[in-house]
Design a protein around this ligand. Structure first.
Ligand code: SAH
Ligand code: SF4
Ligand code: F3S
Length: 440
């Protein structure tokens, strides 16, 4: 490295997006300047995802493109979930990589950077046996109005298809006091919308003597002056308790949206997946939400083609989405992953069959969303304004139930709406977004 310049590209989930904000802050603090392209930077970092095979391949494609740039002063780093999963094998697959580090080692980032600066070309951070969480005062957030706050890292579940327990290590919760301090600091700087993050936020347990559970933490964050919306992701149905819905019910600052991944509607498949709940236990949680005094939007994740999934199992999943009527969902074709229990399972479903099932599922869900969104035409919703789409001449807003509501606005404050909250009347609805007019 001749210049302290860096470029970072991030793949994967919100946890990774937020880790990158912390890594960027740490680099800036150390005197590095951020570049917009990998060509312009001396230090190129990829924060990687390995949840499905396709995600994992992306980083190796990127590294391949830049093979020849190495040796001309460019240094490459692979961090995140592929780094933790593949470890030192990455140095063999891509010899121009000089840093391989998983998320549980980011507290040691300053030491690892010092080694790179000293010319070490094989620096690793792969230990998972840390008790620490990666809280840093240097986090550089991309958005001044909406912020992620990590509350728990890692995962102690062992879903048969999932790499996360191997790539992010055991669960570690932050203290309630440090979460509150960060949320207050954000509110003080004008941020009004926060999202509490973890692979399983419901198993949050404050390690300090206060011993808060997740519902308590959620309620407390919702009481901070200046915070207008609090979201959280992701919930595991097994640990999702009624107190969470009671907290949402009691305070409208807690957003009307719960993402509760079901994965399958078949008890046989749920059992094989080691999800630790039955369909009827999951549906009890849906009932709590449907019985709340405010309507709560419900979204989910579904995997099709898990080993052994029969046509009957798949039909059970279709019946479940019709019964719940999700506001939206993410559907994935099962992807066999290293280290996981499902990798060795018999009856792997053929790729064409997975494709057929996911197409049917998405088509059914699309019809549900068209129907549900159309029913909201004429209603007024408060949006948090996220920006402007110049091409369409519209502002982009988000409702408390996490829907995109694009709207026109002809007030005097035409240019500076981003970050404000406005009432908008819904005039049109598509499957994935709503269109409206502001009432001001
Ligand atoms: N902690 C979160 C999951 C994060 S991964 C939770 O428990 O909900 C996000 C989603 O990716 C999962 O909900 C699952 O639907 C999907 N997923 C995980 N592993 C997968 C695999 N091997 N193949 C296909 N989809 C997978
Ligand atoms: Fe993966 Fe299951 Fe943990 Fe979610 S709860 S991260 S799906 S092991
Ligand atoms: Fe991917 Fe790691 Fe997130 S595997 S989904 S980046 S936890």
């Amino acid at each position: 490295m001749t210049n302290k310049t860096f470029y970072i590209e991030t793949f994967g989930c919100q946890m990774n997006a937020h880790d990158s904000e912390k890594v960027v802050g740490t680099l800036l603090e150390r005197g590095y300047a951020r570049m917009e392209t990998p060509e312009a930077a001396d230090f190129v970092l990829y924060n990687t995802c390995s949840i499905r095979d396709k995600a994992e391949q992306k980083v190796f494609n990127r590294l391949q493109q830049f093979k020849r740039a190495a040796g001309k002063g460019k240094v490459f780093g692979v961090i995140g979930c592929v780094a933790q999963q593949e470890g030192e094998r990455i140095f063999d697959r891509a010899p121009h990589v000089s840093l391989v580090a998983g998320s549980a080692s980011y507290t040691k980032l300053p030491e690892m950077l010092a080694q790179l600066e000293a010319g070490n070309r094989r620096v690793t951070g792969l230990s998972l046996d840390t008790e620490e969480t990666f809280d840093t005062p240097f986090t550089r957030r991309d958005n001044p109005h909406r912020a992620y706050i990590t509350i728990i890292e890692g995962c102690d579940k062992s879903c048969a298809y999932c790499v996360v327990p191997f790539t992010r290590g055991p669960e570690r919760s932050r203290t309630g006091a440090s979460v509150m301090e960060e949320a207050r600091r954000l509110a003080g700087s004008g941020c009004t919308d926060v999202q509490l993050l973890g692979q399983n936020v419901n198993s949050y347990h404050d390690p300090s003597p206060a011993g808060w559970d997740f519902a308590t933490l959620l309620a407390r964050v919702g009481e901070i002056a200046g915070i207008r919306r609090v979201r959280f992701t992701t919930s595991h149905p097994r640990d999702f308790v009624k107190e969470i819905i009671d907290a949402i019910d009691a305070n409208p600052v807690l957003a009307n949206h719960v993402h509760l991944p079901v994965q399958s509607g078949s008890n046989r498949v749920l059992n094989a997946m080691q999800r630790l709940y039955t369909r009827s236990e999951y549906m009890r949680r849906i009932e709590w939400m449907k019985n709340a005094s405010r309507p709560i939007a419900i979204t989910t994740d579904i995997i099709v083609g898990f080993p052994g999934e029969s046509e009957e199992d798949f039909q059970a999943t279709l019946a479940l989405i019709e019964e719940v009527e999700y506001d939206s969902l993410f559907a994935f074709k099962y992807s066999p992953r290293p280290n996981t229990a499902a990798l060795e399972m018999a009856d792997q479903v053929p790729e064409e069959e997975k494709t057929r099932r996911i197409m049917i599922l998405l088509e059914r869900q699309r019809a549900i969303q068209i129907r549900r969104n159309a029913a909201t035409i004429g209603e007024v919703r408060e949006v948090h304004v996220e920006g402007r789409n110049e091409a369409l001449g519209q502002w982009i807003g988000r409702t408390t139930d996490n829907k995109t509501l694009n709207f026109t606005h002809c007030g005097p404050e035409g240019s500076g709406l981003t970050g404000t909250y406005l009432p908008v009347r819904i005039t049109r609805a598509g499957p994935n977004s709503l269109v409206g007019e502001s009432l001001n």
